[in-house]
Design a protein around this ligand. Structure first.
Ligand code: ADP
Ligand code: MG
Length: 847
């Protein structure tokens, strides 16, 4: 009997009653995914409703549903069904539904109360996918607000139960120890030099030669590495008696099922992370782990997520190792060194901390959440990522700000609502909707797919290939993508024939991947009701679709001869050499790379360009092209100039001549230059700086006086006051400074300042010595010993509250002692040093 049955009673009690929240932790293979839903159903705890089991992976949803249906001796789709992004197998009688996380959220968009669901089980919650987090938050809110009868369970083999217990409180935690056999872990003795698949195949061969018992499971990051591993294994003659299988999401279902079956012969399975905890494969005694995982991560170059291959965490390595010890003692070979192991992270950051939030934010808006900052997240996202996502959604026209009572909130627009129907990144849903209207869905879907991969054309190719490209594909000056599109269509017509691809210098793997993605996008467009008819596609329409999808990356070239550009939102950048788009003044970039060349200086490179006509901006974004005076400081003439023109998201689209600069804006621009140190006011002396420092010190030391310190903003406004009425450096250069700065204080306050924090200190021998003030530090007074002879008490300021730091100097002005205790100096140090000093400086007085 499976270990989960040891805790069956506890579980059923925990799920009884309203508003139950249960956290279930039990090792992989215990029976969480297959048994818990059946237990609840058979105990009648689901009432008339459905039990939904949320899976982070499509493959797991299908396999689990099939397995449970089989256990119940039924066909899938009867009592037990599944539903993933592009596939559903359910019927009216379905009571247990295995679904992926996105499916639940889309169900919530249709029916916010989820009325036909009684129990929601979040499986594999430790994976912490964005949509898993979001679904749990939404379901928790639903249970609290209007569905107290809804039951929530969160399951995993390895949970951060503290976080969850806090988040779900009050909740019941149920644990099962399960049974685990010891697994012997081996590391490589030195860092591998070859490819990871060769390393894995070699490790497998060694095991096979030694004659191991049971099956072997190899973990690889993705399908490509899996294929390479299987090919490498095939090359060893030891493989002849072995069953060899791949397991990953892109395989057809029959091949996935074949990988999971038991055979008479020994079996080696090469799998992605899906075998880490989601699926139980019986009979594994040896695990070979590449230590790598492919995961999504925000790619700032492209403005959406990219898949990267990362080192797995310690937690993940431990889970993978556990797969070898389920039924008997096992062995795990890690294809990295023990030293390298220390450089692996302890745990994987949840997706919400590392991926693009635009899509999830759009979904949240669709679910009626207007303020993502007030949302009860399992773990809150970074403010930076949230702000970036909001800006993008607003640039895509998906959300717009509206005032609601006192507050300003963001709401979905009509376009935003339509975008929700596409489960893809908002850039691409926006492009597809535009394409639907312009009757060019198919080519735009291909371009959207091209955007998501590496450039189709290999960059460094020899002259023959370049000539061949020009012959076959023709010239191109309007869009880097038009050429990619033509190249793609050409090789697709030739069925991705390898020699044809080679002849044109085309990445064949990228081409195939593009095809898969494009097909998927076209299917989505069709199911969202877009027309696929495209009899006479206009090239300009395609470019307009690019413009709306990347509307946050529109740029204007400064002039014909340069690659430098200004972008919307006041960014600047440079067009990458090698773009086919040479003559256009306005472009939209599908990739923007920021490289830090020297510290603090970003080089912003614009890639994969499409030319746009500035008139399109008014056409496509009415209301966002506004007529405005633009003022700027012209460094060569050192004057503030103004032009009248049309502005799109802070980018000047068109200027129609000079205008009169507004005086307060001119003062602001000049003040900015002054504060940045680019323009120097002659009257801004050290005395001015010291006066400000004295004021700021006094404000801190003597709060009773309620003086306002001069901070950066205040400085800016003072300098603006000085510059007011001027439009050029010439006019401000000699302006008075001190009187304006002093006017910050009233006259009595100025007198108080002179008393409390004087510029100079009078010593008993009648000298006025300068005090040095610095913010956040006590004032410093440097004085020769002879100046201090009649001074017994230590000097103080501000009614005795601030003790001065005395730098006591020898006759040659070298400091002898720095002290805040003058009496102590007289008593102690002075006597010790006096004889020596008196000998060296006999002409001075020595008391
Ligand atoms: P958990 O979710 O706790 O990891 P599961 O419910 O997936 O565990 O699996 C429980 C047990 O059911 C496994 O130990 C395995 O023996 C069996 N099992 C699950 N799925 C399959 C399958 N597709 N084929 C064969 N056996 C399976
Ligand atoms: Mg499971």
């Amino acid at each position: 009997m499976l270990p989960i049955y040891d805790i069956q009673n506890q579980l059923l009690v925990a799920f009884e009653g309203d508003s139950s929240r249960v956290v279930i932790e039990a090792p992989t293979g215990s029976g969480k995914s297959t048994q818990v839903p059946q237990m609840l159903l058979d105990a009648g705890l689901a009432g008339e409703g459905q039990i939904v089991v949320l899976q982070p992976r499509r493959l797991a949803a299908r396999v689990l549903a099939n397995r449970v249906a089989e256990e119940r001796e039924e066909r899938t789709g009867q009592t037990v069904g599944y539903e993933v992004r592009f596939e559903r197998c359910v019927s009216k009688s379905t009571r247990i539904r295995y679904i992926t996380e996105g499916v639940l959220l889309r169900a919530m968009l249709e029916d916010p109360r989820l009325s036909n669901i009684s129990v929601i089980l979040f499986d594999e919650f430790h994976e912490r996918h964005l949509y898993g987090d979001l679904s749990l938050a939404m379901v928790k809110q639903l249970q609290q607000e209007s569905r107290p009868d809804l039951k929530i369970g969160v399951m995993s083999a390895t949970l951060q139960s503290d976080l969850l217990n806090d988040y779900l409180a009050p909740c019941v935690e149920v644990n099962s120890e399960g049974r685990m056999f010891p697994v012997e872990v081996e590391y490589l003795s030195k860092a591998p030099r070859g490819d990871v698949w060769d390393e894995a195949a070699a490790a497998w061969k060694k095991c096979a030669q030694q004659g191991l018992e049971g099956d072997v499971l190899i973990f690889m990051p993705g399908s490509y590495e899996i294929d390479r591993t299987l090919r490498a294994i095939e090359n060893w003659q030891e493989s002849r008696n072995w069953e060899q299988h791949a397991l990953h999401a892109e395989l057809p279902p029959e091949r996935q099922d074949a990988a999971l079956k038991s055979y008479d012969r020994q079996k080696v399975i090469v799998s992605t992370n899906v075998a880490e905890t989601s699926l139980t494969i019986n009979g594994i005694r040896t695990v070979i782990d590449s230590g790598l995982v492919r995961q999504a991560r925000f790619d700032p170059n492209r403005g959406f997520d990219a898949l990267t291959i990362d080192k797995i965490s310690h937690a993940s390595a431990e889970q993978r190792q556990g797969r070898a010890g389920r039924t008997a003692p096992g062995r795990c070979i890690r294809l990295w060194t023990e030293a390298d192991h220390r450089s692996h992270p302890a745990a994987t950051a949840p997706e919400i901390k590392r991926v693009d939030l635009a899509e999830v934010l759009l979904t949240l808006h669709g679910l009626g959440v207007e303020d993502p900052r007030a949302f009860d997240w399992v773990e809150a996202p970074l403010e930076k990522s949230l702000a970036r996502a909001e800006q993008l959604l607003s640039d895509l026209g998906a959300i717009t700000e509206v005032s609601s009572g006192q507050r300003v909130v963001s709401r979905l627009t009509e376009t935003g609502k339509r975008m929700l129907r596409f489960p893809v990144h908002p850039r691409f849903s926006r492009m597809l909707i535009e394409a639907g209207e312009r009757k060019c869905v198919q080519p735009v879907a291909i371009i959207a797919a091209l955007c998501q991969g590496k450039p189709l054309m290999i960059r460094k190719v020899d002259k023959r290939v370049v000539e061949r490209r020009d012959d076959v594909l023709g010239e191109e000056t309007l869009s880097d993508f038009s050429r990619e599109l033509r190249a793609f269509e050409y090789v697709r017509n030739k069925k991705f024939h390898a020699p044809t691809c080679r002849e044109l210098g085309i990445h064949i793997a990228t081409a195939r991947q593009t095809e898969r993605l494009a097909v998927r996008l076209i299917r989505q467009a069709e199911s969202a009701g877009l027309s696929l008819e495209d009899t006479s596609v206009s090239e300009a329409d395609i470019r307009k679709c690019m413009l709306v999808g990347f509307a946050d990356q529109v740029a204007r070239r400064k002039d014909g001869g340069t690659l430098r550009c200004e972008l919307v939102h006041r960014r600047r950048g440079e067009i990458e050499r090698g773009s086919l788009v040479r003559d256009a003044t306005f472009v939209v970039a599908a990739e923007i790379t920021e490289v830090e060349k020297t510290k603090g200086n970003l080089d912003v490179l614009l890639r994969r360009l499409t030319a746009v006509d500035p008139a399109w901006l008014t056409e496509l974004f009415p209301g966002e092209c506004v007529s405005q005076d633009q003022m700027f400081f012209d460094a060569s003439t050192r004057r503030v100039l103004a032009t009248r023109g049309t502005v799109f998201r802070e980018l000047v689209v068109e200027s129609s001549g000079a205008a009169d600069p507004d005086p307060s804006e001119a003062a602001r621009l000049l003040a900015e230059q002054v504060l940045a140190g680019k323009l120097v006011l002659k009257q801004w002396t050290d005395a001015v700086d010291q006066w400000i420092v004295r004021l700021n010190c006094l404000a801190e030391w003597y709060p009773e006086a309620e003086l306002t310190a001069i901070d950066t903003d205040a400085k800016q406004s003072l300098v603006e006051q000085i510059c007011f009425g001027a439009f050029s450096y010439k006019e401000i250069k000699d302006r008075q400074v001190m009187p304006v700065v002093k006017s910050w204080l009233s006259e009595p306050q100025q007198i108080l300042l002179e008393q409390m924090v004087p510029e100079r200190y009078r010593t008993p021998d009648g000298k006025h010595l300068k005090l040095r003030y610095q913010e956040g530090k006590p004032p410093v007074l440097a004085a020769k010993i002879q100046n201090l002879y009649d001074m017994q008490a230590h000097p103080v300021l501000v009614n005795g509250n601030i003790s001065v730091v005395l730098e006591i100097l020898a006759p040659n002005f070298r400091p002898i002692q720095v002290t805040q205790d003058l009496p102590g100096f007289w008593q102690d140090t002075y006597h010790k040093i006096k004889p020596e000093l008196a000998r060296r400086y006999p002409k001075h007085e020595w008391r």
